[in-house]
Design a protein around this ligand. Structure first.
Ligand SMILES: O=C(O)CCC(=O)C(=O)O
Ligand SMILES: [Fe+2]
Length: 345
């Protein structure tokens, strides 16, 4: 069985193209969501200059000395600010011990939508915490500009999802109009002295993304591995000019696992004791904290029980984050954990 991440050109939805072209995009995206859960998105309309601006902002920040970066560490229950290398383990978001018994070596900086972005809704601060902006170069401006574009891409995708799932055009607006949105900028670059030769290093442990859909910018460097239906981990890199998109748990829950929240991890190659540096930025579009997510009735056969109980987005995301950020194994991710335990290597 060959594994490929399908490429879908969404320009007919970005620029309101003809109905036939839009319908073709819906069919292609639906097929990709059912079979792979990862898609190379082209025609997304995010200019190369804005993507390059994000990369340079990340370079400015991650180049700071560790002590300077640590000023931006925020409490584990706020998904914001700086995470030093080896401070998180994504596999705990599934309740699974990291393979190496060591935390992941990525370092990250997180920003997200805040209460101020949604002035007309009464929200608790948790999941909408204020951002701490580092004073490195033009970081805030460059990252904010990319954030807005990534949000637009994610929202365009939800319009296509609504057509694919035949839930009516307003369905996703109602559950995403004050969405938890987070951009996690990742840097995989342990200094050479910290690498034990022969060690099985994990850049980021295996996990599914927590929300509805993720828009991923990444360097064209090996490291991201996606679990295929063949139970084998496959290397995936963004195609030229593409953004990778993957579905998260909320998409799987809505569709009773017909759409796939695909397991992935990051294992950068170590060449002569050095990790080839790799950067990525994942924009998570997670839905409103107070949205209740239940399996859509059209995905449950008569006489069968849905695979998932209803859950609020806040409960779901917080259980996952307690795992990855605070090391408290998530016991509620039964289905995802079973999939990890079914594969080796
Ligand atoms: O670095 C990558 O390519 C993937 C990052 C990722 O999976 C995440 O941040 O959730
Ligand atoms: Fe991820």
């Amino acid at each position: 069985m060959t594994f490929t991440v399908p490429t879908v050109d969404i320009s007919a939805w970005v620029q309101e193209g003809p109905a036939a072209a839009q319908a073709e995009v819906v069919a292609q995206l639906d097929a990709a969501c059912r079979t792979v859960g990862f898609i190379q998105i082209v025609g997304h309309g995010v200019p190369a200059s804005i993507r390059a601006g994000l990369a340079s902002a990340m370079d400015d920040f991650f180049a700071l000395p560790l002590a300077a970066k640590k000023q931006y560490v925020r409490p584990a229950w706020e998904n914001r600010g700086y995470s030093p290398p080896k401070s998180e383990a994504l596999s705990y978001s599934l309740g699974v011990d990291p393979i190496t018994r060591m935390n992941d070596f990525f370092e990250a900086f997180n920003v997200g939508a805040t209460l101020a972005d949604y002035p007309h809704v009464e929200l608790a601060e948790s999941q909408y915490a204020a951002n701490t902006w580092p004073s490195a170069g033009a970081f805030e401006n460059l990252v904010s500009v990319y954030f807005e574009d990534a949000r637009r891409v994610a929202e365009t995708l939800t319009r296509i999802f609504a057509a694919a799932l035949q839930v009516g055009p307003g369905y996703f607006d109602a559950i995403t109009d004050h969405s938890i949105n987070v951009l996690r900028m990742n840097n995989y670059a342990l200094p050479p002295g910290e690498i034990e030769l022969g060690a099985d290093l994990t850049g980021m442990g295996e996990h599914t993304d927590f929300g509805l859909v993720t828009v991923l910018w990444a360097d064209q460097v090996e490291g991201l591995q996606v679990l295929g239906a063949d139970q084998v981990w496959h290397n995936v890199q963004p195609a030229d000019g593409a953004l990778l998109v993957n579905l998260g748990d909320i998409a799987a829950r809505l569709t009773n696992d017909v759409w796939m929240s695909t397991l992935h991890r990051v294992k950068p190659p170590v060449v002569e004791g050095r990790i080839k540096r790799r950067r990525s930025a994942a924009f998570f579009h997670d839905c409103n904290a107070d949205a209740v997510i239940s399996v859509l009735p059209q995905f449950v056969r008569d006489g069968e029980e849905p695979l998932y109980e209803p859950v609020t987005v806040q409960e779901h995301i917080e259980a996952k984050l307690r795992g990855s950020r605070a090391g408290l194994k998530n016991t509620g991710a039964r289905r995802e954990a079973a999939r990890v335990q079914a594969v080796s290597g």
